[in-house]
Each structure stands twice: as C-alpha cells, then as structure tokens.
Design a protein around this ligand. Structure first.
Ligand code: TMP
Length: 212
C-alpha cells in the first residue's frame, strides 16, 4: 500500500489556516482519497489536554523552555497515535500547524535556539516532517482586522502576546521557509478564501500527480 501524504498548514494568528485545512481535506476526499484533518497542539485526548494547559495556563504561565517541552510532548503523542499510523495506512493527513510553529513561536518569538527545538522534535517524534508545508502569509493590517472580528478581545495566552512577539514569529516563519524552500509552498493569504484555496491546490498538484 502506498504511504499517505502529510500536509501541514503554518502561519501566524488569523492567517486562515484552519479554514484552508478544511477546504483542502474536503477537496482531497472528493478526489477519492482517505483524509484525516487534525491540528496542533491537539489531535489526541492527551495532546488536547496539553493544549488547554498551554493556551489557558495555570498560575503565571509557562516560560519558553517549559512551553517548548509541552508542545513537543503533545506533538509526540499526536505523531505516535494518529499521524504515523494514518500515513502507514495510506491515509493523507492535513494538519493545522506542526513543528515549524514551535520553531517560529518558541524559537523566533520565545528566543530559544532553533537547534534546541529540532532536538526536542528528534527526541519526541523521530524528526518526522510533512511532505509539504503551506505557509499562509497575511499582511499585519489584515491580520489585526481578522483577529478583532475573531477574538473580540479574548485571545489566549499565546495569541494575546504583543505585536513585537508576533512580528518575530512572522519573521521566523519567513526565514525557515526561505532556508528550507524545497519543503515549503508560500501562499498569499490576503485575498478571498477562494483565491487562497486555489493557490493551495496549485501547490498540492505535484503531490497528487505522485511526483513531488
Ligand atoms: P491555533 O490557534 O492555530 O490552534 O494555535 C494555538 C496557538 O499555539 C497559536 O497561538 C500558536 C501556538 N503554537 C505555538 O506557540 N507553538 C506550537 O508548536 C504550536 C503547534 C502552536
């Protein structure tokens, strides 16, 4: 049986990843593929419990190292229980965020060395990488407008960090995508849902043809 393909969506807050992940999962199903749509942090009961601790932390919250370890632990559970078994069974996996979010948020935003985040991923998930990572990029003014509509001032512990943190996150995503261009597609997310979805499907075409 042919191994499934692993597709991840990445980007800052309000980029529209979740909506695009859903549209892609449906489009792939319409082509007759078995597809699961999942998210990080989350995707298993244990990882969803860690998500709750990360986004609504007890006490004074987590410092960057503890936060990175918790994300890596949630990812390890998700990879072992859901992602690897699905890929081995020939199922495509569409995941809203993966390792590059840790590199951008805990690395770029939180100041941890990229090599440390990669080491945690090696330990937790044997270094699994998506076949294709779609980085959705949106201009800051458009993001601010979308977040005001989405969160109504009730952002979580990470989404609610200041603009300079999120600027570092965006810069880190761009740096990683430039340095590892062969596994990324950069998508302009400023247009309509349909325009963005069209670009995403174009980027996926080589995987569907079977020659990435
Ligand atoms: P979400 O809102 O896209 O579901 O993601 C939850 C938050 O967690 C978002 O602010 C990004 C953050 N995050 C990290 O900081 N590191 C990670 O590794 C992941 C997966 C998410």
């Amino acid at each position: 049986m042919r191994r499934g393909r692993f597709i991840a969506f990445e980007g800052g807050e309000g980029a529209g990843k979740s909506t695009q992940a859903k549209l892609v999962a449906n489009a792939l199903r319409e082509q007759g593929l078995e597809v699961i749509q999942t998210r990080e942090p989350g995707g298993t009961p244990g990882a969803e419990a860690i998500r709750e601790m990360l986004l609504h932390p007890p006490g004074n919250g987590w410092q960057a190292r503890a936060e990175a370890l918790l994300f890596a632990a949630a990812r390890a559970d998700h990879v072992e229980q859901v992602i690897r078994p699905a890929l081995e069974a020939g199922t495509w996996v569409v995941c809203d965020r993966f390792l590059d979010s840790s590199r951008a948020y805990q690395g770029g935003g939180g100041g941890l060395p990229d090599a440390d985040i990669l080491a945690l991923h090696r330990i937790g998930s044997a270094g699994l990488l998506p076949d294709l990572t779609l980085l959705i990029e949106v201009l800051p003014a458009e993001v601010a407008e979308r977040l005001a509509r989405r969160d109504c001032g009730l952002a979580d512990a990470i989404g609610g960090r200041d603009a300079s943190f999120h600027a570092e996150v965006g810069a880190a995503f761009a740096r990683i995508a430039d340095a590892e261009a062969e596994r990324f597609a950069r998508i302009d997310g400023n247009g309509t849902l349909e325009e963005t979805h069209w670009q995403v499907m174009q980027a996926l075409a080589p995987l569907l043809d079977g020659n990435p």
